[in-house]
Design a protein around this ligand. Structure first.
Ligand code: NAD
Ligand code: UD1
Length: 335
């Protein structure tokens, strides 16, 4: 058995899949989650996949006493920090809630880790920190910018981590910039459960295929892309999960480290290509209308994946068909 990893936000979409990957790699997992965007039944579902139910602590990363108690009572070797809020539109209306959860939450967690001399952290950043791409593919040294509080919160935590790394010897930090995570575990036992109407393309397409919405709105067909619709680098959530395990192992072998790396496939798909791929997977036709661009959207975005390959020996394996098949299987699981 390898060491024990604290996974904040481990009941959520990416955290639950990463917990599976960590357990399969031999790590013990303790999940800390306040369940503001997830349900505790995910723990039994993880146990059905891996045979091991992760230990669960219901709590908030902003609760200092709770964190101190957790670190006193568990021999935590490293932390994977997923806990946070992620809805871009909502962040514009509720900036303080986003800064409190995402920025203060990270600061409280880092203080407690520092106090407990736990100095290995894998952090969920986002390709949103690249703003409107000046050059594709997006390499890690591309200038950063943000246009909404969610994006600013990711930029701020990236900067806080850099300041901490420079100020205090011995930290081993991976800042992972995710492109567009989609799909679900192939078992159909865990997946993404957006509350209300989904903002993101893949869950919306899946719900149209399932008859939960009549039609998809395609936000613009006048971008400078081959078919005019937006192009994104969709990555299967299990590939993303394995990227986290690779980043953790990389940090474990370093004396100190500040690693910033893209997790994407390096290949973009347009909205219309995604519709066709999902129609193929589901054998359903997806009705859609072309409507105006969504404010704040960019035309195209995909990752330069060379640094992840070089540093982590990791690359995404799963293609668009698997992403759609697994998302469709999950969509059809009775809840
Ligand atoms: P998610 O909402 O499914 O999971 C986040 C989990 O954190 C939830 O279970 C929620 O209950 C928990 N949580 C939120 N605030 C908390 C707090 N203060 N204390 C304890 N638990 C808290 O989201 P996800 O898609 O799994 O995203 C995980 C991380 O990855 C987030 O930081 C997100 O910003 C980042 N990210 C996500 C995407 C994406 O498209 N899903 C892309 C880039 C980056
Ligand atoms: C969104 C977030 C971004 C986050 C990323 C990864 C916004 C504005 N941005 O970006 O911060 O890092 O997810 O999770 O929310 N589309 C439609 N119809 C829909 C939904 C989407 O046509 O109903 C199009 C979009 O215009 C885009 C593509 O599908 O071209 C993907 O959209 P989405 O899944 O929301 O991801 P991002 O726009 O990349």
């Amino acid at each position: 058995m390898r060491s024990t990893i604290l996974v904040t936000g481990g009941a959520g979409f990416i955290g639950s899949h990463t917990t599976v990957a960590l357990q399969e790699a031999g790590y013990r997992v303790v999940i800390l989650d306040n369940l503001c965007n997830s349900k505790p039944d995910v723990l039994d579902r993880i146990a059905q996949i891996t045979g091991i139910k992760p230990e669960f602590v219901e709590g908030d990363v902003r609760n200092d006493r709770g964190l101190d108690r957790l670190f006193e009572t568990h021999a935590i070797a490293a932390v994977m920090h997923f806990a946070g809020l992620k809805a871009v539109g909502e962040s514009t209306g509720q900036p303080l809630r986003y800064y409190d959860n995402n920025v203060s939450g990270s600061v409280h967690l880092l203080q407690a880790m520092d106090q407990a001399s736990i100095k290995t952290l894998v952090f969920s950043s986002s390709a949103t920190v690249y703003g409107d791409p000046q050059k594709l593919p997006l390499a890690e040294d591309h200038p950063r910018s943000a246009t909404n509080p969610y994006g600013h919160s990711k930029l701020m935590v990236e900067d806080i981590l850099e300041d901490l790394y420079r100020a205090t010897p011995g930290w081993r930090i991976a800042r992972l910039r995710y492109f567009n995570p989609v799909g679900a575990h192939p078992s159909g036992l865990i997946g993404e459960s957006p509350q209300g109407v989904p903002n993101n393309l893949m869950p919306y397409i899946a719900q149209v295929a399932a008859g939960r919405h009549p039609r998809l709105k395609v936000f613009g067909n006048d971008y400078d892309t081959p078919d005019g619709t937006g192009v994104r680098d969709y990555i299967h959530v299990m590939d993303l999960a394995h990227g986290h395990v690779a980043a953790l192992k990389y940090c474990e072998h370093a004396a100190q480290e500040l690693l910033t790396v893209n997790l994407g496939t390096g290949r973009g798909y347009s909205v219309l290509e995604m519709i066709r791929a999902f129609e193929h997977a589901s054998q359903k036709s997806i009705a859609y209308d072309i409507v105006a661009r969504r404010p704040g959207d960019i035309g195209a975005c995909w990752a330069d994946t060379r640094l992840a390959a070089e540093k982590l020996g990791w690359h995404a394996d799963k293609g668009i068909a698997e992403m759609c098949n697994d998302a469709w299987r999950w969509e059809n699981v009775p809840t």
